[in-house]
Design a protein around this ligand. Structure first.
Ligand code: 4AD
Ligand code: MG
Length: 467
């Protein structure tokens, strides 16, 4: 259907190529399509505002009742109706550009039970109708930033000489070793077996399989030939964490860089985060402005400040000292050796640093097997990037490149070495110092949009107890 994008009409140069690929002359009758967001009628005119998803703004259709009979447009009055309208673009003194209707075609009627009749709905309510959320201004804004952010991520890595690789979604290895893998099976639900081995040997792959929690291990193998790679794909965790920051299905960006130590990868992570925020600031001004009006006050200033200041850096050991001396009554007590909880992370980044901060050199015991062991014998060359409002958004480390040390770390954790033989091979055949990180895409999106609940960053969120 030949039609103009509302974005182009509202920002229109004299003669333009619409983003839909058609050229229109502004003097001519112009066709537009969209969904009715509001409508009203007075004695002489009717107004219908439509939105086509090309920008947050609606286009106002003005219907002169002296020239058009009611039956020509009345079916287009209900909110949610989809229409194709033709008309002349005119400059109105009060409303900016409007379309003076010539003809109206209803593409799809919308009955009274359409749930989005009101102008404002709570986010909680909208979560109960995820299939209709993209029709709201809020989700249009969040999903557009999501798209721009994805593109910015690819652009950063492509410009920096990384190769995009696709790691498997179905896998046998639990990268994080936290036992949070979803199982993948075609066994009947009541399949019987005398042992686990027998049970899994009858399954589709002849072995226990699951959905990947991280593409890192396969990413490391690719980096061993390609030098610097990144993944960007869905990852899955069967964590029973019913929080505003955990989803069972989320997207992760995982670069892996050879010939790089922890400090090199921290530099990459910092420049990467700044670059993608900068792209969103440059390309999503309307969206950010709208999100600010919806509870994310000061969002653009905050993002600007992140781009223009150095991130903080502190060791885990020093962070523990600060937390102990804070005088705060934390729910989870702090002692050297404990994992940092969200309340600790947020105190450090929100109250101590007031900006993103890398916490480095965590105790080996609370981190994954693959991290490079520091000479002190207690800590590993790992860092988490914490940001205000959220806590951890990046998990990062230099990888243990020494075959014997890596094997010992796996044995210590009781891991089945034979299942990780290919991974261990990377340390036998030309091992190199290398480092990488994983950025949680939805947490990053929360950070740049000010969205408070991860469920509102995903089209169809999957969380514990909710599919
Ligand atoms: O810290 P994590 O567990 O690190 C890894 O998976 C490493 N293999 C990454 C790597 O080095 N290649 O997860 C990385 C990030 C977290 O910092 C967080 O932002 C996000 O993934 N994340 C989640 N996001 C949403 N829901 C969940 N359940 C998440 N679990 C982790
Ligand atoms: Mg982590």
């Amino acid at each position: 259907m030949k039609h103009a994008a509302i974005r182009d009409l509202l920002g229109c140069p004299a003669q333009f190529l619409g983003s839909n690929g058609y050229t229109f002359d502004l003097e001519d009758v112009i066709p537009v399509c969209g969904w009715v967001r509001t409508s009203r009628e007075s004695k002489n005119v009717a107004f219908i505002e439509i939105n086509d998803g090309s920008c947050l703004k609606n286009l106002q259709i003005v219907i002169d009742k002296e020239r058009h009979e009611r039956k020509e447009y009345e079916k287009a009055m209900p909110v949610g109706t989809s229409v194709m309208v033709t008309g002349f673009l005119v400059q109105s003194y009060r409303n900016g550009k409007e379309l003076r209707m010539e003809s109206m075609e209803v593409l799809g009627e919308c009955p009274q039970d359409f749930p989005l009749q009101k102008k404002h709905h709570t986010l909680e309510y909208l979560r109960t109708i995820p299939h209709l959320r993209p029709r709201t201004k809020y989700f249009e804004a969040v999903l557009r930033v999501r798209g721009v952010l994805s593109f910015a991520i690819h652009e950063y890595f492509m410009t920096e000489g990384f190769t995009y690789v696709h790691t498997p979604i179905i896998t046998g290895s639990d990268c994080e070793g936290a036992g949070e893998m979803f199982r993948v099976t075609t066994n009947a639900w009541d399949a019987k077996a005398s042992s686990a081995e027998e049970y899994f040997s009858q399954d589709f792959f002849g072995a226990k399989a699951g959905l990947t929690v991280s593409g890192q291990l396969e990413g490391e193998m690719a980096a061993m030939g390609l030098g610097r790679i990144y993944t960007f794909g869905p990852t899955f965790r069967a964590e029973h964490s019913n929080t505003t920051r955990h989803a069972a299905e989320f997207w992760q960006i995982e670069p892996e860089v050879c010939f790089a130590d922890l400090f090199d990868i921290m530099e990459i992570a910092e420049s990467f985060i700044k670059s993608i925020i900068n792209e969103v600031l440059g390309n999503c001004l309307d969206e950010l402005e709208y999100l600010e009006s919806q509870g994310a006050a000061g969002l653009r200033d905050r993002l600007w400040s992140v781009v223009h200041h150095d991130f903080g850096r502190i060791s885990y050991t020093d962070a523990i000292e600060i937390l102990k001396k804070s005088g705060k009554d934390f729910k989870y007590p702090v002692e050297w050796g404990v994992d940092l909880q969200t309340e600790h992370e947020r105190y450090l980044t929100e109250e101590v640093f007031k900006k993103p901060v890398f916490v480095t050199d965590y105790p080996a015991k609370i981190k994954a097997f693959y991290m490079k062991q520091n000479p002190d014998g207690k800590t590993v060359a790992a860092t988490d990037l914490l940001v205000p409002g959220i806590g951890e958004i990046i998990g990062c480390s230099e990888r243990e490149a020494d075959y014997e040390k890596l094997k010992a770390a796996m044995e210590n954790r009781g891991m089945p070495l034979d299942a990780y033989q290919e991974y261990l091979d990377t340390r036998r055949y030309g091992s190199v110092p290398h480092s990488g990180f994983g950025l949680g895409f939805e947490r990053m999106l929360m950070y740049v949009t000010g969205v408070q609940n991860i469920r509102d960053t995903l089209l169809f969120p999957r969380t514990v107890g909710s599919l």
